[in-house]
Design a binder for this molecule. Structure first.
Ligand code: SAM
Length: 229
């Protein structure tokens, strides 16, 4: 899979490429992560990428001609045609909520492009004419789309075959189909008793069927409204 991120801060993505465990996971999963700066492609002088909003108001808006030029030059296609060839996702607080299901859906794509906003966000024509869809990582406002893009990359990477050391880790985890969309059950490790805080007996029993049942019950419990799970 190839994920391309367009941003004003491509160097932020070095953070995802450098740590050995992430680099290994990406390599094993065949993920290529590239980051492009809007400023490297802007047709405007002095690296300009944004402008004041029509109608007035605070802040600056990312320009459609700048984002279009970036897509066109990176993919060698008219900008409006890029979304016919690959998924182009705008990161925005008002987008479709990023969930485990969306992560799975994106992980099935061979190619994905993420557009990070800054300032007041994108000229709406970018969303309407250059992107395929819009995704939000939560109902709050970040200063920019970079952290949102990293969240998407991280969650998508976990879904790719080969990314995790243990193949089962990504199958039975919080919000997965294997757990009917519920949060994961609690985990414990050694010591079995610490300051009088004991690991549930059942987990030490070696009785795999009953352990499986216990875990499913805990997962269901955590998924009930108001459980805080
Ligand atoms: N004016 C916009 C609004 O009120 O919706 C907020 C713009 S925000 C300061 C700048 C950029 O950060 C957005 O264009 C988007 O790319 C990114 N961003 C902020 N919060 C986000 C979220 N919850 N999910 C995804 N991207 C987000």
């Amino acid at each position: 899979m190839q994920i391309d991120v367009f941003t004003l801060f491509p160097e932020w993505f070095d953070w995802m490429r450098r740590p050995r465990h992430l680099a290994n996971a990406a390599e094993h999963a065949g993920l290529e992560l590239r980051a492009f700066s809007y400023r490297d492609y802007t047709p405007l002088s002095a690296g300009q990428v944004d402008d004041a909003p029509y109608g007035g108001g605070a802040g600056m808006v990312l320009r459609v001609d700048v984002i279009a030029e970036g897509l066109q030059r990176v993919y060698g296609l008219p900008a409006a045609d890029v979304r016919r060839r690959r998924r182009v996702v705008v990161l925005t607080p008002r987008g479709r909520m990023f969930t485990d299901r969306v992560a799975r859906e994106l992980a099935e794509l061979p190619e994905l492009t993420l557009l990070c906003g800054r300032y007041e966000g994108f000229d709406e024509r970018i969303v309407e004419h250059l992107a395929t869809d819009a995704v939000s990582i939560g109902r709050y406002v970040l200063a920019g789309g970079e952290l949102a893009a990293m969240v998407v990359c991280d969650a998508v990477l976990r879904k790719l075959p080969g990314a995790l050391g243990h193949a089962d880790s990504a199958i039975e985890e919080s919000f997965s189909e294997a757990l009917d969309g519920a949060p994961e059950y609690p985990h414990y490790t050694r010591p079995a008793s610490y300051r009088g805080w004991d690991v549930p007996e059942i987990l030490l029993s070696g009785h795999h069927e009953r352990i499986r049942e216990w875990r499913r019950e805990r997962s269901e419990e955590r998924g009930r409204p108001g459980s805080g799970g």
